[in-house]
Design a protein around this ligand. Sequence first.
Ligand code: C5P
Length: 233
Amino acid sequence: MREKRPIIALDFPNAESVKAFLKLFPAEEKLFVKIGMELYYSAGPDIVRYVKDLGHSVFLDLKLHDIPNTVKSAMAVLAELGVDMANVHAAGGVEMMKAAREGLGQGPKLLAVTQLTSTSEEQMRADQNIQTTLAESVSHYAQKTNLAGLDGIVCSAHEVVAIKQVLGEEFLCLTPGIRPIGSSEGDQKRVVTPNQARSIGSDYIVVGRPITQAQDPLNAYYAVYKSWNDLDV
Ligand code: C5P
């Protein structure tokens, strides 16, 4: 099986810090990076073009959620930028997710966020008036995501086995909340190692601070890479 790249969360405040970070890697090392709201709103589409021009792959994590027509047009813009992966909130509904797919086209991967992992079951019941378990809500949204023709969901590694049981192995699970052995958990709870995520069946892992804030980001990246691909360290 082909080796898989861990996705590095480029949670930096501006383009300068991203450029400095990427310079730490050899030019031939083609990365898969995640650009989230903070960086995108600060540096704009130019940062996506910059990263793509270096030959890296981009997951643009903007979690779109609006009326179908607006999401479709926005996704068409992101497709023009050449993103490799984008996402929406499943709460926007099947029609919105189908529109997102139409706008983005079939090439890039399209994922949905079900319940944010920062949402507790109590909050879901009180704030969203969804009177069921969190697991049931995640599974429900995952099924709607599949129905809409998306590729998969963003979820906790702890949800992967149950999701794959319902939707099959082909349905993609991208999991953040990854910590290499010995690194600080930060504000993440219930973390797993890259190797555990692999055993659980995650298709993609997102790793931020254990790489971006490391003393030696290049070596931290290689260690995560090896653990994720189950290579001898
Ligand atoms: O630094 P760290 O590895 O915790 O970064 C994880 C990245 O994944 C961040 O960009 C964070 O916003 C994102 N994320 C997460 N948990 C989720 C969804 C996304 O940590 N449930």
